[in-house]
Design a binder for this molecule. Structure first.
Ligand SMILES: Nc1ncnc2c1ncn2[C@@H]1O[C@H](COP(=O)(O)OP(=O)(O)OP(=O)(O)O)[C@@H](O)[C@H]1O
Ligand SMILES: [Mg+2]
Length: 472
């Protein structure tokens, strides 16, 4: 019943979208602030320089003594035991004066350096950090509560940093060095890692980690943070449940994956869902989920499995819904086709700064994928498949907001017509620099997916939410 829908002029109502709030471009970052002195690094690591001197001496002595190849054969607990014995011995030989607590700390740090992720360990242990960004040995940034801060964490030198990068990527059977200086990987806890090494990164190895949140944010959390209004959250829930095809659009780190994960929470438990991702980040709660992951080429440059391969394969797996972590290439075509041919309720994210730009991006991904289709045909396909675009944004104060819930309703001539249901309007800034604003309904009480909501018996709830939003 809700397979391919007409893309012509008979889809009512039609209104040209007028984005009430254009998403804030980076240029909105307050002009003139660049001249101020940078804030001091946040103290994540309170150990003194003297401590580090002692640690380096002991570490070097340990490396001279220990057979690293043999150590690698041991399990983590035995390796720690071995290191503990040798370090204690070195401390007594070198006559280093330290309290028991300091010795424990030193041992912990040295074990982290030899067996773990060195100076990154304290950052990895924290669940409040969203991203860790290492720009060479000297500069480590973190993102906490939407704000990027420089920390006082340092690596001994670029060689130590490179070693740790190597250790991370070797766990998934990859290598990073001068000859293959770009590498994506994953930590055992699921965190997404990217390494780019010299000579491509000029000032030393650059490591970026998107920390995996054990407790993924839910729609109720987004509502609590003010990322979405209660009515908006209800409407998103209905959109997710009644099998609208959804694109989630947003800039880097704007919360697209988080939102996609929330939206999948409304999928009925009996639906068969197939997810395709570059690095598995989604955590679907349904019992009938198949998770697929792309594979980069191996060292010989073969064996790559692209997102397009996965999406095409999905179609042979009898999915009811297909969820694509990030659409960034020719798989856009396959996803749209899937959306159009009985897999309603499919979803994906993409990088774009507004719903309109998301539509343009989809079109250009298809064109660049080598399909020589006239642009009108591509637009007809887009209109026939995508129902809703949800726009996420990270505002200048670091907060994340859902700025648009927009429907794709038809084609007028060559132009795709969209209709905003909700928009976020920025009203100003408070004295602490936090952006003030509110989610506003655009007053539409009969969205284009109304019939679909009715089919799933959710129309009364939809109407209530839209009317409540219009009344505020
Ligand atoms: N509404 C929100 N409020 C507060 N924090 C959020 C919100 N949405 C996402 N986050 C946090 O922001 C970080 C980035 O989120 P997410 O991974 O969803 O972004 P993304 O847009 O998918 O990023 P990328 O472009 O790198 O894939 C995560 O740590 C996540 O927990
Ligand atoms: Mg993402």
């Amino acid at each position: 019943m809700f397979g391919k829908r007409p893309s012509g002029n008979d889809t009512a109502p039609r209104e040209r979208a007028k984005p009430v709030v254009p998403p804030p471009p980076p240029a909105m970052k307050q002009a003139g602030k660049g001249a101020e002195a940078p804030p001091p690094p946040v103290v994540v690591d309170s150990r003194s320089d003297q401590y580090y001197e002692i640690k380096t001496t002991i570490f070097n002595a340990l490396i001279d003594t220990i057979d690293l190849a043999q150590l690698a054969q041991l399990d983590a607990a035995s390796a720690r035991e071995e290191i503990r014995d040798i370090v204690n011995e070195i401390i007594s030989i070198k006559n280093v004066v330290m309290s028991i607590a300091e010795q424990e700390q030193l041992l912990q740090d040295i074990c982290n350096d030899v067996l773990g992720y060195g100076p990154l360990e304290p950052l990895l242990a924290r669940d409040d950090i969203a991203d860790i960004m290492v720009n060479g040995a000297e500069r480590v940034f973190i993102e906490v509560a939407g704000k990027v801060q420089l920390t006082n964490i340092r690596f001994r030198d670029n060689a130590q940093l490179m070693n740790i990068c190597q250790r991370i990527v070797s766990q998934i059977g990859r290598r990073v060095d001068e000859s293959s200086p770009i590498c994506d990987a994953r930590l055992p806890d699921g965190s997404r890692v990217n390494v780019i090494a010299p000579p491509l990164s000029i000032d030393g190895p650059t490591l970026t980690i998107r920390k995996f949140k054990k407790d993924k944010l839910k729609m109720s959390d987004l509502q609590r943070f003010g990322s979405i209004s209660p009515e908006g959250a209800t409407v998103l829930g209905i959109i997710g449940n009644v099998r609208c095809n959804v694109l989630i659009s947003g800039g880097t780190g704007s919360g697209k994956t988080t939102l996609l994960n929330c939206m999948t929470g409304f999928i009925d438990l009996d639906e068969r869902v197939v997810t395709c991702e570059d690095a598995a980040e989604l955590q679907l709660q349904q019992p009938h989920v198949v998770r697929l992951e792309t594979r980069p080429p191996n060292l010989e440059g073969t064996g790559e499995i692209t997102m397009r391969d996965l999406v095409k394969n999905c179609l042979r797996m009898r999915p009811e819904r297909i969820i694509v972590g990030e659409v960034r290439g020719p798989e856009a075509f396959d996803l749209l086709q899937a959306m159009n041919t009985g897999h309603d309720g499919s979803m994906g994210t993409l990088h774009a700064n507004s719903p309109r730009e998301a539509l343009q991006r989809i079109e250009s991904m298809i064109t660049m994928g080598g399909y020589s289709l006239p642009s009108k045909t591509i637009r007809e396909m887009v209109v026939g498949s995508i129902d809703v675009i949800v726009q996420a944004a990270r505002l200048r104060d670091g907060s994340r907001r859902i700025t648009h819930i927009t429907e794709v309703i038809g084609l007028e001539g060559d132009v795709i017509i969209t209709q905003d249901l909700f928009v976020y309007e920025i009203t100003g800034e408070d004295e602490t620099g936090r952006v003030k604003g509110r989610h506003m309904s655009t007053g539409i009480s009969r969205p284009a997916f109304w019939e679909r909501a009715r089919y799933y018996n959710r129309e009364a709830e939809l109407l209530d939410a839209l009317e409540a939003a219009a009344a505020t």
